[in-house]
Write a protein that binds this ligand. Structure first.
Ligand code: FAD
Ligand code: NAP
Length: 523
């Protein structure tokens, strides 16, 4: 096993990352975009220097390749020659060099575990590690590998755990009637809610994931018999019991639930769980502005997925043979003006407001999708917690361009469910008037709800613009970011281009706001 020396991997904590507004990207030289990289990998050029041979790499051998011009990195047991990739890496050469000659799995997972390096670097594959380096287990508990044991209604035998960990570990059971199969998950946690339960049941495969703070519990089996496409999820919130109810296709008695998958019945850190994707159908695409569209995707039948406020999903597409993944933040189908209703999602559709960049790799491919085409959509991620806004009296939202997207659900949640909320203010930075997303809707909301106020600030206005102009700055923020009362509880959320977010956080700190009062949305 390769142990990664801590000083070489200064992994930022989520707080540090939030404060820094996310990991900085370095400007890439012309001709070094992702598309250029894909072209290079398809050019037939020998990118490993091994003329197509794959070798077994020892730890000693790996350690020798630790220079910029000869840099090998091990990721999940596979060794890649990343020297040709250096100039194409959005995080910069220095970032890659931190893992030179070592096992970079942890570093890569901490930074962008959603990027499929196996696909991106497939032409750089040198070979496998002679002894597979496995990162130290991070589970607080997990069951023994169950192999292909049949699940016959009895709880599988568990690894003996320390009693405290054992007490925390969820468990499951299943039972049946003539027509139904019910899988019951005992989470042993109060305040379960439907955002914490993700179920996918397609083609006889059942995957039920329960999110419990930073941990995830998974039930994953190939069902013994076919079930219908409808899946119901019942949650007994107070006792933390989750029922997944499946309809048998044939009314026969099942002898077992099915065959477990490798990660079945495990309880691990969320960051150690591979991101799960399901294929969603594009059902509509509507213009929001000259370059931004609202995409509506439909979840497959048998999926229960609610994306929590402030979290994003990853979309995955194969673009000229290479898997490409980008994060997007779901919004609502429209900006609700009536905050009596608590829910504006039907549980079936996901709405994404996406700006199409004329030279953007991913957004160009998205824009070319036809209604009825499919895109893979991941489980949600993100470190925003609703509890951050639940006690707020003043909510201030600073958005730059599509950095508006996380603010949509956040605003809806605050105005609907935060009873102590006194004011909500959106300060929305855009280049021109034409770039303002949902301008009419925001203005109407401000007229309708006296707690809400919106301020548009343009950095490149035409001379007709009579509103505020400028870029994010200390003076603009000191003018607009204010508490409604001297000691009121405030939450300031900021999202936009990384430098916008970084500068904004710094200005806010200079104005005396504490780290706890600021939330920066970053990758
Ligand atoms: P690329 O091929 O990566 O870039 C091509 C060109 O487009 C660049 O040279 C640049 O000129 C321009 N460009 C690309 N990305 C950016 C950028 N991020 N900022 C400024 N200019 C850029 N975008 C949305 O539209 N809606 C969302 O809801 C959304 N949510 C996000 C959530 C998170 C957590 C993060 C980190 C990003 C989010 N983004 C969102 C941005 C999105 O992930 C992509 O970066 C964006 O769609 C561009 O992808 P692309 O492949 O088309 O562009
Ligand atoms: P944009 O139109 O380019 O810019 C929006 C506003 O931000 C403009 O006023 C612009 O002013 C300003 N701005 C841009 N770069 C700046 C900088 N370096 N310093 C100060 N101000 C700056 O924005 P966009 O194309 O919509 O991009 C939105 C960004 O938000 C993307 O980077 C996206 O990745 C990010 N985003 C993040 C999340 C998340 O959760 N992390 C969610 C959604 C979107 P100028 O005239 O100076 O350009």
């Amino acid at each position: 096993m390769l142990n990664v020396p801590p000083p070489a991997f200064p992994a930022p904590s989520s707080q540090q990352r939030a404060a820094a507004g996310g990991r900085s990207k370095v400007p890439l030289k012309p001709g070094r975009s992702l598309m250029d990289w894909i072209r290079l990998t398809k050019s037939g050029k020998d990118l490993t220097g091994l003329k197509g041979r794959l070798i077994e790499v020892t730890e000693d051998e790996l350690a020798k390749h630790n220079k910029r011009e000869d840099c090998w990195i091990c990721i999940r047991g596979f060794v890649y020659n990343v020297t040709p990739y250096m100039e194409y890496h959005p995080g910069g050469e220095d970032e890659l060099m931190k893992a030179a000659g070592t096992d970079g799995t942890d570093l890569f997972d901490q930074v962008h575990r959603w990027v499929n390096y196996e696909s991106m670097l497939k032409e750089c594959l040198v070979g496998r590690m002679a002894v597979k380096p496995i990162a130290a287990p991070k589970e607080i508990s997990s069951t023994l590998s169950e192999g292909k044991k049949q699940l016959n209604g009895m709880l599988p035998e568990k690894k003996v755990l320390a009693s405290s960990a054992k007490d925390l570990t969820p468990s499951y059971d299943w039972f049946q009637t003539d027509s139904l199969i019910t899988v019951v998950i005992y989470t042993k946690q109060k305040d379960m809610n439907e955002e914490l339960v993700i179920v996918d049941c397609q083609d006889k495969r059942l995957r039920g994931e329960i999110i419990m703070d930073d941990y995830s519990y998974l039930v994953e089996v190939d069902l013994d018999h076919a079930v219908s496409e409808e899946v119901a999820v019942n949650i007994a919130e107070k006792i933390g019991k989750v029922e997944i109810i499946l309809k048998k296709k044939d009314n026969i008695h099942w002898k077992m639930l099915g065959q477990p998958w490798g990660c079945h019945n495990t309880f691990v850190k969320r960051t150690d769980r591979e991101l799960f994707y399901r294929k969603c159908k594009l059902v509509s695409k509507t213009e929001v502005t000259h370059d931004t569209k609202l995409f509506c995707f439909m979840l497959p039948k048998g999926t229960h997925l609610r994306i929590p406020t402030g979290q994003h999903v990853y979309l995955k597409q194969i673009i000229t043979g290479t898997e490409a993944v980008k994060p997007y933040t779901p919004v609502l189908p429209f900006l609700p003006l009536d905050f009596q209703e608590t829910s504006h999602h039907d549980g079936v559709h996901i709405y994404l407001m996406i700006k199409i960049y004329s030279c953007g790799l991913f957004t160009q491919a998205l824009d070319h999708l036809q209604i009825g085409d499919y895109v893979s959509v991941s489980n949600p991620e993100g470190n925003f917690k609703k509890s951050q806004v639940q006690a707020s009296e003043d909510l201030i939202l600073l958005a730059g361009g599509t950095g508006f997207t996380p603010m949509v659900k956040l605003l809806n949640f605050a105005l609907t469910e935060v009873s102590c909320l006194r004011t909500a203010k959106l300060i929305f930075f855009n280049k021109t008037e034409d770039d303002i997303l949902w301008r009419n809707e925001l203005e109407q909301l401000a007229l309708k709800d006296e707690r809400f106020e919106v301020q548009f600030i343009l950095s490149q206005p035409t001379k007709d613009w009579v509103g505020k102009q400028g870029k994010i700055s200390s003076s603009l923020l000191s003018e607009f970011v204010k508490r409604s009362r001297k000691d009121s509880k405030v939450l300031i959320c900021i999202c936009g281009p990384t430098p916008f977010t970084e500068q904004g956080v710094q200005y806010l700190k200079n104005l005396g706001y504490s780290q706890e009062e600021i939330h920066a949305f970053t990758a």
